[in-house]
Design a protein around this ligand. Sequence first.
Ligand code: HEM
Length: 220
Amino acid sequence: MSDTVPFSVQIRTATERQHTEAENSRFMADMLGGMLGLDSYQRYTGQLWFVYRALEGRWDELAADPVAGPFIKPELARTAELERDLTHLVGPDWRAGLTALPATAAYAARIDECARDWPAGYIAHHYTRYLGDLSGGQVIRGTAEKLWDLPHRGDGVRFYVFEGVRNPAAFKREYRALLDELDLDDLERRRVLDEGQRAFSLNTAVFAELDAEFAERRLS
Ligand code: HEM
């Protein structure tokens, strides 16, 4: 299907089943269903900080890369937003009490490895997070605002607010065009699709560890 099906469609199709799994993971369902407390959202947001630090830590080098460069867009950067959210949710000392779960550390390490050695593979991670945040992330924001009485699009949910992306639908269209323009041979395409699936699995593994951590505390 490589020549006829656009790459943006290939990567969405390759990860579709896993997307449904992630969306319906017990941790997500319980957290967004109000079964867990605010501390589940704090913990989840803290894990995202490790992930985005890895995603954004090598942007200076990646911006100059011929393959990954076009994807590096400052308006997507989330690390500062996560830090603002964590300051609001946890307090100014949020960093002192924050630890990466083993699955989070493994996820961040894989992102960093791709960012360092394999820019095309890095794109799979970039896609999995940023295109998701621009889409389903908006559902999570609205639910978190209601559940925990957080200011609308303010501190606590800034991670989900892309101030620099005025028109998310148009942005996603342009993003998909960048995916479609990638000049990769068939083998490399296959490898990037595999990395996309790996990126989803790494996310699901973080959810599973969060689920285990909150299992005893699930409110009935
Ligand atoms: C409660 C959890 C989630 C909900 C409600 C949700 C919902 C959605 C929705 C509504 C879309 C838009 C589909 C479209 O534009 O046609 C979307 C797209 C996407 N989501 Fe999620 N999602 C969730 C979790 C996740 C997770 C955990 C990931 C990966 C880490 C993710 C990655 C993506 C990606 C990459 C896309 C873009 C698909 C594409 O058009 O290529 N989502 N999601």
